[in-house]
Design a protein around this ligand. Structure first.
Ligand SMILES: Nc1ncnc2c1ncn2[C@@H]1O[C@H](COP(=O)(O)OP(=O)(O)OP(=O)(O)O)[C@@H](O)[C@H]1O
Length: 256
């Protein structure tokens, strides 16, 4: 019996539990006996060379790809392999893809409002009135994402980095327990990259977060546990110092 998989109380189990997960595409094993556990309240950085399986792992967590074998549990008892993408989003898993997909012709505030309404379903949207709680939530998100001063500006006029922050804000509006963030700092200026590390650390105070990123300076700023994937499984795990000294990581990734 796997002790980590079955402690007595659901709330004592890891928030996310992947055990022995594999998936093949046309005979190629993109994910190969992958095991990874994320504690409640933890932020984890995922690194690894191109093709290591990082995106496929995210696809499995969000229900976009169904694994051939292995266990994927969320919040102790939810078997993610038994649910599709829309259902998994309602369980509190939010994903941000690499390219920002904000609504450019709407204001920053309206983008957040739409995200807030979107999480309520059709009926909720039909009878929607901005109440005091929602207004406070939007102000809080604007502050977290450094966008308070841009509230009434069109999203189209934001910098690339600010668009990424707005999209993170749109995720926050949906109240996720777990945020999956794919290469947030690609294309950002150095100042934006550093601000993004601070921003994610603030968010991680009351959310669990998985960040996939190639920018090692940024990963160092995050200061969290790192998992290096290679050929579909975890090659090395621990602090960035530990992982970046691992000869296998140097050989397949950092030394390149
Ligand atoms: N739908 C698919 N069909 C066929 N092969 C796929 C599919 N999705 C992923 N792969 C293959 O699986 C492997 C893992 O890909 P994945 O995109 O998960 O890697 P990654 O670590 O995210 O890489 P990158 O850093 O380049 O984004 C790659 O060899 C990829 O070509």
């Amino acid at each position: 019996m796997n002790v980590q998989a079955s402690p007595d109380r659901a709330e004592d189990r890891p928030l996310l539990y992947l055990n022995g997960v594999s998936v093949s595409f046309d005979g190629f094993r993109a994910i190969n006996n992958l095991s990874l556990y994320l504690e409640r309240g933890e932020m984890r950085a995922i690194i690894g060379p191109n093709g290591a399986g990082k995106t496929t792992m995210m696809d499995i967590i969000t229900g976009k790809t169904r694994p051939d074998s292995g266990e994927v549990f969320f919040d102790g008892t939810i078997d993610l392999t038994q649910h599709d993408e829309p259902a998994i989003a309602t369980f509190g898993i939010g994903r941000k893809f690499q390219k920002p997909t904000v609504f450019e012709s709407h204001t920053v505030e309206d983008n957040l409002l739409m995200a807030l309404q979107g999480s309520r379903g059709v009926l909720g949207q039909l009878f929607y009135r901005l109440n005091r709680d929602d207004a406070a939530k939007i102000s809080e998100i604007l502050e977290t994402t450094r966008l308070s001063a841009r509230r009434s500006d069109l999203a189209a006029n934001l910098s690339h980095g600010q668009k990424q922050w707005l999209e993170i804000g749109m995720l926050l509006a949906q109240n996720p327990k777990l945020l999956l963030v794919d290469e947030p700092v690609a294309g950002m200026t150095d100042a934006e990259t550093e601000e993004t590390a601070r921003l994610l650390k603030e968010i991680a105070q009351d959310h669990s977060v998985i960040v996939v990123e190639h920018d090692m300076h940024f990963v160092r700023e995050l200061g969290v546990k790192v998992s290096c994937l290679h050929e579909g499984s975890v090659l090395s795990e621990g602090s960035l110092d530990h992982v970046s000294k691992d000869p296998r990581v140097i050989e397949v990734y950092l030394g390149r």
